[in-house]
Design a protein around this ligand. Sequence first.
Ligand code: FES
Ligand code: FES
Length: 160
Amino acid sequence: MRITTTVNGTVQEVDDVWPGESLLYVLRERMGLPGSKNACEQGECGSCSVYLDGIVVCACLVLAAQADGHEVVTVEGLGAGGNLHPVQEAFVEAGAVQCGFCTPGLVVATHDLLARNPSPTDPEIREALAGNLCRCTGYEKVLDAVRMAAGRRESEEAGA
Ligand code: FES
Ligand code: FES
């Protein structure tokens, strides 16, 4: 089957999609967007998180066919003009990236959290990121990154 999906603002048409193919597979293997990571393929780790029509989903649990006619934003689509998004910059600067396998999903989840709640408390951050597993960082640097991104956003808004 053919699917037509808007990905990061660009209309993408993919032919010969098998009905059982996941959105994650199509993004990575057919559209050349390897940012979303394939770690568990069972909806457990969050490393494949993307936006589907503005809602964060695990791309490994969504059939590509379900994205037909819909809008997807991946970690590659968060920054503007080839620059890192401030959330991505905060992850780098806070040292919240080790092997990096979880990072795209954590970045998407943080982006979503701060859009809904620009000044989250630590418990709110922990709850929002509870579906994103990381084996390397111990999560402290991840918390630092989210706090840093939220703080910068606040100071930018205060200065605007
Ligand atoms: S790869 Fe999708 S949740 Fe783990
Ligand atoms: S940095 Fe390795 S799994 Fe999170």
